[in-house]
Write a protein that binds this ligand. Structure first.
Ligand SMILES: [Zn+2]
Length: 298
């Protein structure tokens, strides 16, 4: 800490020993604690690695591995993730897909690139980073190696992942990852098992999310890996989630039509029957609420 003190302040601080700590600039917030990653096999050759941020999906090919989402930033988190991957397979990680720019999913982009992997994201991910996104402690995710616009395929020998971006949803740069042979969708934070949230400041859209989920529903799948809150969801649980998003959109539009002001808006949307709480900063932060109210007013 003394390295960042200058001149007289440094001298005084050194003389005052312990008391100097109180006068020094506040240190960066401590990184979140690193806990052991939990490895769950979902299908033959497909695993979910949970903890330390959003869920990671691991797909095992014949001679290489494909990873979806890279967890919180920091060398300790990356080392723990690699340890978990190595508990499944010794093959090299060749392909990485990151579902959106939030640091609990994008934290390891730079680490995997340094390890020699190709990182692919939607073109909207670096676009959100260019808006000035920084996570806690000032962390900025690294840029991906490759981007795509609407859809692309990422292949390893023996496995294909179809990357899909239907609409702005949770953010302006979301990717859903579809494994057609296993009938699994990795949903990132477009599909979660907690109260969802939309990053309206970084390109997200509740109406877009609903449309995106409606497009997902046309795919042939039986299992979803959500971004948070559970290891997997069944098809029926996905349909229940999609219906809840549809309900929030419909209730929100009806409320605005009925004359509800922006200030009273979130409280006017009934969500107790959905098991969701919208009265949190994820929804009522003014910069987010402004965009939500405007889009549901149309
Ligand atoms: Zn997110």
């Amino acid at each position: 800490m003394h390295k960042i003190l200058m001149g007289a302040a440094a001298t005084a601080a050194l003389m005052m020993a312990g008391a100097a700590a109180a006068q020094a600039p506040a240190p960066a917030p401590a990184p979140p604690a690193v806990v052991p990653v939990v490895v769950t096999q979902v299908k033959p050759g497909l695993y979910v690695l949970s903890e330390n941020g959003g869920n990671t999906t691991l797909r095992v090919g014949k001679d290489a591995l494909l990873v979806v989402d890279t967890k919180n930033p920091g060398p300790a988190v990356h080392a723990e993730l690699i340890k978990a991957i190595r508990s499944v397979s010794a093959l090299p990680v060749k392909e990485v897909v990151v579902t959106h720019h939030h640091a609990d999913h994008s934290g390891g982009i730079g680490d995997f690139e340094a390890d020699g992997a190709t990182v692919t994201t939607n073109v909207g991910l670096p676009a959100q980073l260019d808006k000035g996104y920084t996570a806690a402690g000032g962390f900025k995710p690294a840029k991906p190696t490759k981007t795509y616009d609407k859809t692309t395929e990422v292949k390893i020998n023996g496995a294909t992942a179809r990357l899909l971006h239907f609409d702005p949803g949770h953010t302006g740069g979301d990717t859903l990852v579809y494994f057609p042979d296993l009938k699994v969708v990795s949903g990132g934070d477009e599909i979660v098992a907690v109260t969802p949230n939309i990053d309206f400041v970084y390109g997200g859209s509740l109406v877009g999310l609903l449309d995106s989920l409606n497009q997902v529903a046309k795919l042939d799948f039986d299992t979803v890996v959500p971004g948070h809150g559970a290891i997997t969801l069944t098809r029926a649980q996905f349909e229940e989630y999609r219906k809840k998003i549809d309900t929030v959109v419909a209730r929100g539009r009806a409320s605005i039509k009925g004359g509800t002001t922006k200030e009273a808006f979130l409280a006017s949307i009934k969500t107790d029957d959905l098991g969701w709480n919208l009265m949190t900063p994820a929804w009522n932060a003014p910069a987010r609420l402004d965009v939500l109210y405007a889009e549901l007013s149309k």
